[in-house]
Design a protein around this ligand. Structure first.
Ligand SMILES: NC(=O)c1ccc[n+]([C@@H]2O[C@H](COP(=O)([O-])OP(=O)(O)OC[C@H]3O[C@@H](n4cnc5c(N)ncnc54)[C@H](O)[C@@H]3O)[C@@H](O)[C@H]2O)c1
Length: 333
């Protein structure tokens, strides 16, 4: 079956996902795109022979669209995800699912009423081969019960518009989702500690450690460092009762010369996670062809919102903030 896809939001990542749908993956056709910047939508649509809409809801209700990709700005996600659920169409929504916990809960309610999963949220690390191997090791029981997950999220630099809260809401959010997924449990409390400021970041609270206490008592600590200059570097390690599993370096070759050895570190998130994004969309299309969704759910989008809210409060107050989630609907068991 060919899944006919409509993409809302033709900015940076929207265009990248359109490239992967049209040039990398099979089993789909991008038939419509939409953007409030209609000129941009027209240009993107023209290049792939798709229809262009200025209204995202009209795109969702186009009877020729089977499944929807939402890559517009965060505050617009709720409206489009709800409209896709109302139309009974599978929807891939880039993170965040929505910008408030309440909005995430409205999406959960709508999906639960619909009775089957339609929503997949864009936490692409769950599709990364290395993280998947890490999860397999944990689930095999080989290293015993996990005790501490250390996550490292380093960016070489960020634009001037980047704020201290974005380190939690936009950057650590990926590590937060990864921790919940790898350890297979929810977060109980969050604390945030800031280190001495990196002088490259001006007044930005950077770097920080986000410390999460998980339900079992395991701990997840996330280093977020967004002005570290040398590269985009992602690290992860789980210490468990009888062993440790660590993400390996990504370089495919190392060069030894002059008494030293050298490898490459990825330049940015697009390079680091390019294969993960491809797999994420491959699996989304497979589920969409069956009229449903897979991978990170609306529940995971809600969990990300509630934990990042707690993180922002912890950072501004210096307190340990408890996380109290609603009861998880059976749909997400
Ligand atoms: N998974 C990831 O690692 C990752 C990476 C980058 C971005 N994102 C997410 O993807 C989303 C888009 O990010 P981006 O960097 O591509 O932003 P962007 O600003 O480059 O593009 C967003 C596009 O959405 C359009 N838009 C805004 N409101 C709209 C509306 N109501 N209807 C239709 N189009 C609308 C804008 O005109 C713009 O073209 C954000 O939610 C962001 O957090 C996720």
């Amino acid at each position: 079956m060919t899944v006919k896809v409509g993409v809302i939001g033709t900015g940076m990542i929207g265009q990248d996902h359109i490239r992967r749908l049209t040039q990398v993956l099979t089993g789909n056709k991008v038939v419509a795109v939409s953007d409030i910047n209609k000129e941009q939508a027209d240009t993107v649509a023209g290049a792939i022979g798709a229809r262009a809409y200025s209204d995202g809801v009209a795109l969702i209700n186009d009877s020729d669209v089977d499944a929807v990709v939402v890559t517009s700005w965060g505050p617009t996600h709720e409206e489009y995800v709800l409209a896709a659920i109302a139309a009974g169409k599978p929807v891939f929504c880039e993170k965040p699912l929505a910008t408030t916990q309440e909005a995430c809960l409205r999406i959960i309610d709508a999906e639960v009423k619909h009775g089957k999963r339609l929503v997949q949220v864009g936490f692409m690390r769950r599709f990364d081969a290395a993280y998947r191997q890490m999860k397999e090791v944990v689930e095999s029981g080989r290293i015993g019960a996990p005790l501490i997950f250390k996550s490292v999220h380093r960016n070489p630099s960020v634009p001037p518009s980047y704020t201290s809260d974005m380190a939690i809401v936009d950057t650590a959010v990926h590590d937060i989702d990864t921790a919940r997924w790898l350890l297979d449990e929810e977060v109980k409390a969050v604390s945030v500690v800031a280190a001495r400021k990196n002088s490259r970041g001006g007044e930005l609270r950077d770097p920080i450690i986000v410390l999460m206490e998980m339900e079992s008592g395991a701990i997840a600590d996330i280093e977020v460092s967004v002005n570290i200059d040398y590269a985009y570097d992602i690290g992860g390690e789980i210490s468990a009762e009888t062993g440790v599993v660590t993400l390996a370096e990504r370089n495919r070759v190392t060069v030894k010369s002059g008494g030293e050895f050298h490898g490459k570190v990825t330049a940015d998130w697009k390079e680091r996670f390019v294969e993960a994004f491809d797999v994420e969309f491959k699996e989304w299309l497979e589920a969409a062809a069956k009229g449903t969704a897979t991978g990170p759910s609306a529940w995971d989008g809600y969990a990300a919102a509630i934990v990042t809210d707690a993180g922002v409060e912890a950072a501004s107050t210096g307190s340990r903030i408890k996380v109290e989630m609603k009861e998880k609907p059976a749909l997400y068991a």
